[in-house]
Design a protein around this ligand. Structure first.
Ligand SMILES: [Zn+2]
Length: 240
């Protein structure tokens, strides 16, 4: 039983889910420019430093997806990202019935929230509780660093996108369009930025998965498992 438990104990499976995007709040043009380092002259990243919960959610015996690992799952850390893109367009009448079109700014809302679960079967003063909570915190801290780096890369990706294909027009270099072309053009620009954000999101997913592979390796699990007397872990499976 001891060896079996050591082999299969899932201290934490780390999930990642995506929330539906929320539209960014419209920016008043008179608002002072934010000074966060994720802001460039045209692009603004409206982001957060994910808050690590002060204590875990202990409402479930086996948190996480309903799968074959469920009975052995002692904890779970979920880093959820959400994104939305808002382009603040300006237009102006131009000769020959055309419209000048430019973006005053483009805001990408890019946020992460972190939820941590520890099995309700562990007493709060027990060794498995303490080890599992520490294990989950290590995931949470890694997600905070990965997300901080990904914000910086996202801004660089957005700025680089200005050198690829059609750039987002600016007041200095507006697009001159027929009136009936404006909506399509704005939609295409929105799609272009969306691809940049989704590319960065894939990189972030990969970094989180790489971290999880290391931290949740059989060797890492074994080390965590050995921090407590083997019998202490049995409560997870209803043993004594
Ligand atoms: Zn884990």
């Amino acid at each position: 039983m001891r060896a079996f438990l050591a082999a299969v104990l899932i201290l934490a499976a780390c999930g990642k889910s995506h929330e539906p995007p929320k539209a960014p709040a419209p920016q008043a043009s008179a608002a002072p420019a934010p000074s966060a380092k994720e802001d460039g002259p045209l692009f603004r990243i409206d982001s957060n430093e994910p808050e690590i919960p002060a204590s875990p959610d202990r409402s479930q015996a086996h948190p996480g997806p309903d799968d074959s690992l469920k009975a052995d799952r002692a904890g779970l850390t979920v880093g959820s990202t959400s994104k939305a893109i808002g382009i603040q367009w300006r237009t102006q009448a131009a000769p020959e019935g055309k419209r000048l079109v430019w973006a005053e700014s483009a805001t990408v809302v890019y946020r992460m929230s972190i939820a941590i679960f520890v099995s309700s079967t562990f007493k709060e003063d027990s060794c498995p509780y303490r080890v599992t909570w520490e294990h989950e915190l290590s995931h949470a801290r890694a997600y905070v660093s990965i997300f901080a780096a990904s914000k910086v890369h996202l801004l660089a990706g957005l700025e680089h996108s200005q050198e690829v294909d059609t750039p987002l027009p600016t007041q200095d270099a507006p697009a001159a369009l027929q009136a009936d072309e404006v909506a399509d053009f704005e939609a295409r620009m929105g799609e272009k930025l969306k691809q940049v954000v989704e590319d960065q999101e894939r990189v972030t997913d990969t970094l989180m998965a790489d971290h999880k592979r290391d931290r949740d390796s059989p060797e890492a699990y074994r080390k965590d498992f050995e921090k407590c007397p083997a019998a202490d872990w049995l409560v997870l499976r209803g043993g004594s």
